[in-house]
Design a protein around this ligand. Structure first.
Ligand SMILES: C[S@@+](CC[C@H](N)C(=O)[O-])C[C@H]1O[C@@H](n2cnc3c(N)ncnc32)[C@H](O)[C@@H]1O
Length: 279
């Protein structure tokens, strides 16, 4: 079987099961087996796979057909142009969260921000993307999950960011030793009712997805703690789910009557990031 035949065969199998973007997923799986870059893979369409490579590839395709996310099969996910190690103890970073990073970088480049805390950091994708761009900012990254922090540690060591990011285990803002200038948070916001409809249900940790009956248990808790851990004139950037804008903005308005609140939509037009600026 050649590269071209393997790709086409697997692509058809994934497409038949309505897996989104079967061409990309197939490529990622075959690249993982052959340990090749995209350019290397696509430049050799007639390269003949060994029987062992064919067998391994088909096993991975079957895992994907059984619902396992490609990122857990390969152990990698790209986010904000960087490669991150992931495993089933962490959420697979989503492209929507790149908006949070973009917004945080805009703020950090145009205001006096010297400390940032990323709450619920998971594999560290947001905190590490910020640290790679902001060389003079002190960054804390917290998570309640010890195993998630181990993945974040592995990732920041890969990027040689040791000493640049301080990982802290604990609930929300509790572990922060002092107030910071900017808080970023992509916390769990899926409602109890929606949880089983998430297409990675049963694979991603529910601790990383489930936000309780209205999806806002964790976000509300963070908003209520923010007074103590955000500096004067500081910023809070929260990722939210579809339909959560009104409740989150009302809560923030009650807690911070004098603050500016802005909501930023993602590329699909869904309200995705709530930005709070303290006076
Ligand atoms: C939606 S995931 C986001 C992970 C990462 N920030 C990202 O965008 O890929 C939410 C993260 O919040 C963490 N988490 C859940 N409850 C928490 C809590 N009470 N305090 C701190 N972190 C929490 C989970 O362990 C998980 O890593």
């Amino acid at each position: 079987m050649t590269v071209k035949q393997a790709l086409s065969h697997a692509r058809e199998m994934l497409a038949n099961q309505n897996i989104e973007d079967p061409a990309l997923e197939t490529e990622l799986l075959l690249r993982h087996v052959l340990r090749k870059s995209r350019a290397e893979l696509l430049s050799e369409p007639d390269h003949e796979l060994s029987p062992a490579e064919v067998e391994t590839f088909l096993i991975l395709v079957n895992r994907r057909l059984n619902g396992e996310p490609t990122a857990y099969i390969t152990g990698h996910r790209e986010f904000y142009g960087h490669d991150f190690h992931v495993n089933p103890t962490v959420l697979i970073p989503r492209p929507e969260s790149e908006l949070l990073v973009e917004r945080a970088l805009q703020l950090a480049h145009s205001h006096n921000i010297s400390t940032i805390a990323d709450i619920g950091t998971g594999c560290g994708a947001i905190a590490i993307s910020l640290a790679l761009d902001l060389h003079d900012v002190e960054i804390y990254a917290t998570d309640i999950s010890r195993s998630a922090l181990e993945v974040a540690r592995f990732n920041y060591q890969q990027y040689d960011l040791t000493g640049r990011i301080c990982l802290l285990e604990g609930n929300m803002l509790d572990p922060l030793p002092r107030p910071v200038d900017l808080i970023t948070a992509n916390l769990p916001y899926v409602t109890d009712a929606e949880l089983t409809r998430v297409n990675t249900f049963g694979f991603e940790p529910s601790l990383a997805l489930n936000g309780g009956p209205d999806g806002l248990d964790k976000i509300s808790l963070l908003c209520r703690q923010t007074h103590e851990k955000l500096c004067q004139s500081g910023y809070l950037l929260l990722e939210i789910g579809q339909g959560q804008r009104k409740t989150v903005c009302t809560l923030l308005r009650d807690l911070f009557p004098l603050a500016d609140i802005e909501v930023i939509p993602d590329l699909s037009g869904i309200d995705r990031v709530v930005s709070l600026s303290l006076p």
